[in-house]
Ligand binder design. Structure first.
Ligand code: NOJ
Length: 750
C-alpha cells in the first residue's frame, strides 16, 4: 500500500516537473501541447482541488464589493482551494500570494485579476470618452499601455472591456462602455481586446481581457444599476450581443456574466446565454467568471432557494468561476456526489481555467509577471503618458463654437479660469481608477495645463465659484468679479469622479449642485465664455447649451487632462470627437437613441408632434445626436454618388461623397455611413451605422470618400432569429452625424 502511494507520488512529481518545465511562450489557443498538459493535470486532481480552481477570492487588501472574508484565506490558498484572486496588485503582494499557492499539493499558480478599466498607473480617458474618438487604433494603443503597466505589477487579467450597449445615461456605468451603437461598440470591443491581449498570451505584457457583463446589463430598467432586463431575443441579438460576439471573435480570454436577470433568468444562472450561445454557437474556449457575488445574489433574485442551489444553477448554466459568492467551494463537491452536477461539467470548467493558466505561461514560470525591475521601469513611463495625452485630445467633443470663439489666441490678455474643476486633480481620473500617493503631482489640472501653454506670461485669474455639489453660492460674487476683470472666461463644470460608475445611477442628470447657476452668472457678465464639461455620462445642461457661446465636452480625461484640454483650447489640437451616445434634452426623454424604429406614426419634425410618436411638450430631437461633434475646420459633403442602383450578391456597390474642408484650418472628420432597410419582414431602425472613415483634410482640400456595400452589410435577425438579408429597397446616408446626412437609394436583388 505504502509502495503504491509512493509510486503515485513519484508519478505526480514527474508530471508536475514536466508541466512546470514546459516552455509555452506565445502559446496559441488550441495548442495541442497545452491541451495534453491540461488533461494530464486534470487526471491528477481531486474533486476538491478542481473546485478550488473555480474559486476566486478578493485579496486581503482592497475590495470593490461587500467582503465575506472568513479569515483563513491564506490557508485556503496554500491548500489549493483558490484558483484566482482579485484586487491583489504589485509584484511584492502577488509574489507573496503566488508563493503560498505553490505550497499546495499540485502547485497550480494563481491568476491575479483586477479592474484595469482605463489605465493602471497612467490613467486614460474613461472608456466612453475614448469611444468618442472613434479612433480604434488609439483605443487599442491605450489598452496596450494599460496592459503593459498592469502586467508589470503582477496582474494577469483585467476585467475589461465592458462591452455593454447603453441607451440610458442615468445608468452610472455608461462611463465604462462604448455608448449606444452595436456596430461602433463591436469594433471598439475588438480593438480593446487586441490591445489588452497584445502579442498573445505568453508575452509578459499581455493580460487576459474579459468581455463583460454577459448579457444586457446595460439595459437595466430605468437605468437603475443591477435592475432587471426584459427584452425580445431579437433585440438582444441585434443590439446587445454584437459587441460580445465581436470580443469572442477577437479571442477574448474570458467573459464575466452579469448581475441582472434577463427575461426572468439571472444572467449568472442563464444556460441559454452561457452554454447555448457563448460556449455552443460561438465556440468560446475561454472561461466565464461570475460577477462579484452574483451567484449568491440569485437568492434575493428569487431564483435560488439557498447558496447550494445557487451553486448548482450557476455551474450547470456555465459559470466557471465564482467571484466572491463563496458558493462553489462549500457546495460543489456535495452536488457532484449527489449526482446533481456532472463531473464533466466540473472538468469542463476547470479545463477552461487551466488552459488559460498554461497559455499565460504560468506553469512554466509562475513568477513571470513578477519582475520588480520591470515594475519600476513601467511606473513612470513618459511614453505611456504621451499615448494617454494623444488619446485625451481625441476624446473631447466640441459641442458648440459660436463665432469661432475657439480656438483661443495664445496672446489673449487676461483669462479667467473659473469653476470647481480648474484646480481639480483626481476628478479627472473618474471612476474605476486608482489613487496613487503622488497623484497630486502627476495629474495635470486644467490650471496647470493652461499655465504651461501660455508661457508667454498671459495673466491668468482664478475663482472657484462653487463646489461640484451642494448649494453654496457664496463664491459667486468673487467669480463674477474675476470674470469682469478678464477678457475671456474658461468655465469648468461637471461631475465629481464618483458620480458616474458602478452603483452611481442618478434620476437627475443635470449639472450637479449650483453649477448651472454659476454658468448663468458668468455668462451674464457679457464676457465671452468657453464652458468645459467634465463628466462620466451625457448630462443635461440646456441653459448652458442655449446660452454659452462655446462648449467643449471633456468627459473625464485622466492623467493628462489639463495638457490635452489646453491643446484643444489654444488650437494646438483641432477637436475631432463625435458623440458615441445621444444626449437627451431632459431625463423624461430617456431613452433617446438614433437607431429607433419608425413606428406607424413617426414625427418628422417639431411642428409635427401631435398624434405622433413624440412628446407634446418636447422637441422630437435629442439635444445632441449620436455621431455629432464639431471641428475648428468646416467640412462640406457633396451628394451621395452610387456606382449602381441595384446591389446583387457578389457585386458590391460603391457609395461615395466628396468631402471638402472649406475652412482655413486642417482637421479630422469622421465620415459616417448609415443605412435603412425600407421594408422588411420585421421593422427596421430608421438608421443603422454601417461604416465610418476618419480622414484628415488640409485647409481647402477635397477627397472622395468611398464605402463598399454588399448584402453582408444588410443582414438582420428575422423573427426566427436567422441572420439574413432580404431583397428590397434601402436608403443610404453619409454625413457628419446621425442627423446631418446626404442620402441615396438602391435596391438589393437576389
Ligand atoms: C462588480 C462589477 O460589476 C464588475 O464589473 C467588476 O469587474 C467586479 N465588481 C470586480 O471588481
Amino acid at each position: 500500500m505504502q509502495d503504491l502511494k509512493s509510486m503515485r507520488m513519484k508519478q505526480i512529481a514527474t508530471l508536475l516537473l514536466f508541466l512546470f518545465s514546459t516552455q509555452l511562450h506565445q502559446a496559441q489557443p488550441g495548442n495541442v501541447r497545452i491541451e495534453k498538459s491540461v488533461d494530464s493535470l486534470l487526471r491528477l486532481m481531486t474533486l476538491e482541488e478542481k473546485i478550488g480552481q473555480m474559486n476566486q477570492y478578493n485579496g486581503p487588501w482592497a475590495a470593490t464589493g461587500p467582503l465575506t472574508n472568513d479569515g483563513n484565506l491564506l490557508d485556503q490558498v496554500k491548500t489549493g482551494k483558490v484558483g484566482s484572486m482579485l484586487n491583489v496588485t504589485g509584484v511584492q503582494r502577488t509574489s507573496e500570494l503566488q508563493a503560498l499557492a505553490l505550497q499546495s499539493r499540485l502547485k497550480i499558480p494563481l491568476l491575479f485579476g483586477q479592474d484595469v478599466i482605463h489605465g493602471y498607473r497612467t490613467i486614460f480617458p474613461i472608456p466612453l470618452a475614448e469611444a468618442a474618438s472613434w479612433d480604434l487604433a488609439a483605443m487599442e494603443a491605450g489598452a496596450r499601455v494599460a496592459a503593459t503597466e498592469a502586467s508589470a505589477a503582477g496582474i494577469h487579467w483585467t476585467f475589461a472591456p465592458m462591452v455593454d450597449i447603453a441607451r440610458d445615461p442615468r445608468w452610472g456605468r455608461v462611463m465604462e462602455g462604448a455608448g449606444e451603437d452595436p456596430y461602433l461598440g463591436s469594433l471598439i470591443a475588438k480593438a480593446r481586446v487586441k490591445g489588452f491581449q497584445g502579442k498573445g498570451f505568453g508575452d509578459t505584457s499581455a493580460v487576459m481581457a474579459c468581455a463583460k457583463h454577459f448579457a444586457a446589463y446595460g439595459a437595466a430598467v430605468g437605468g437603475r444599476d443591477y435592475n432587471s432586463v426584459d427584452m425580445s431575443l431579437r433585440q438582444l441579438h441585434e443590439v446587445y450581443l454584437p459587441p460580445f460576439k465581436a470580443a469572442a471573435e477577437a479571442g477574448v480570454a474570458t467573459f464575466m456574466n452579469a448581475f441582472n436577470d434577463l427575461n426572468g433568468i439571472p444572467a449568472t444562472g442563464n444556460a441559454y446565454l452561457q452554454r447555448s450561445l457563448l460556449k455552443g454557437d460561438w465556440k468560446f474556449r475561454g472561461f466565464v467568471v461570475s460577477d462579484w457575488g452574483s451567484i449568491g445574489e440569485m437568492i434575493p433574485h428569487g431564483y435560488s432557494a439557498n447558496n447550494k442551489e445557487a451553486a448548482l444553477q450557476a455551474v450547470n448554466a456555465g459559470s466557471d468561476m465564482d467571484m466572491e459568492s463563496r458558493s462553489y467551494l462549500p457546495h460543489l463537491a456535495a452536488l457532484v456526489k449527489e449526482g446533481k452536477v456532472k463531473m464533466t461539467v466540473i472538468d469542463d470548467a476547470v479545463r477552461r481555467i487551466l488552459r488559460k493558466k498554461f497559455e499565460m505561461g504560468l506553469f512554466a514560470d509562475p513568477y513571470k509577471f513578477s519582475s520588480e525591475q520591470r515594475e519600476k521601469t513601467q511606473w513612470n513611463n513618459q511614453a505611456h503618458r504621451k499615448v494617454a495625452f494623444e488619446m485625451a485630445k481625441k476624446s473631447m467633443v466640441l459641442l458648440k463654437n459660436e463665432k469661432n470663439l475657439l480656438p483661443l489666441s495664445k496672446s489673449t490678455g487676461r483669462i479667467a479660469l473659473i469653476g470647481p474643476f480648474v484646480k481639480a486633480k483626481s476628478d479627472h481620473n473618474g471612476f474605476w481608477s486608482y489613487d496613487w500617493p503622488d497623484d497630486t503631482t502627476r495629474i495635470v489640472s486644467i490650471w496647470e495645463g493652461v499655465q504651461q501653454k501660455l508661457n508667454t506670461g498671459a495673466a491668468l485669474l482664478y475663482a472657484k465659484g462653487c463646489s461640484i455639489t451642494g448649494d453654496d453660492r457664496s463664491g459667486f460674487a468673487e467669480a463674477v468679479e474675476t470674470a469682469q476683470k478678464a477678457e475671456l472666461v474658461i468655465l469648468t463644470v461637471g461631475e465629481a469622479r464618483d458620480m458616474s460608475g458602478e452603483a452611481k445611477s442618478r434620476s437627475t442628470i443635470q449639472l450637479p449642485g449650483v453649477q448651472e447657476e454659476l454658468v448663468k452668472a458668468i455668462v451674464a457678465t457679457g464676457k465671452p465664455v468657453v464652458v468645459l464639461i467634465s463628466a462620466g455620462r451625457p448630462l443635461v445642461f440646456n441653459w448652458t447649451a442655449d446660452n454659452a457661446p462655446a462648449i467643449l465636452y471633456t468627459w473625464w480625461l485622466g492623467t493628462e487632462a489639463g495638457n490635452a484640454i489646453a491643446d484643444v483650447l489654444f488650437g494646438d489640437y483641432n477637436p475631432s470627437g463625435k458623440l458615441p451616445m445621444s444626449f437627451p434634452r431632459t431625463e423624461g426623454q430617456i431613452p433617446v437613441y438614433y437607431n429607433h424604429y419608425n413606428t406607424g406614426r413617426p414625427a418628422t419634425n417639431d411642428s409635427d408632434r401631435f398624434y405622433r410618436s413624440a412628446y407634446t411638450d418636447l422637441s422630437i430631437y435629442p439635444k445632441y445626436p449620436f455621431g455629432y461633434g464639431l471641428s475648428y475646420a468646416r467640412f462640406h459633403y457633396s451628394d451621395v454618388r452610387l456606382s449602381a442602383k441595384t446591389l446583387r450578391p457578389g457585386q458590391p456597390i460603391q457609395a461615395a461623397v466628396t468631402l471638402t474642408n472649406t475652412s482655413a484650418t486642417g482637421g479630422t472628420e469622421t465620415v459616417q455611413l448609415y443605412i435603412r432597410d425600407l421594408t422588411a419582414s420585421v421593422v427596421r431602425p430608421v438608421k443603422e451605422l454601417k461604416g465610418f472613415q476618419q480622414v484628415f483634410l488640409h485647409a481647402g482640400e477635397s477627397k472622395e470618400i468611398r464605402f463598399s456595400i454588399s448584402p453582408e452589410d444588410l443582414r438582420f435577425y428575422n423573427d426566427r432569429l436567422q441572420y439574413i438579408w432580404e431583397p428590397g429597397k434601402f436608403r443610404i446616408f453619409i454625413g457628419t452625424s446621425s442627423m446631418d446626412v446626404k442620402e441615396a437609394e438602391f435596391e438589393l436583388m437576389r
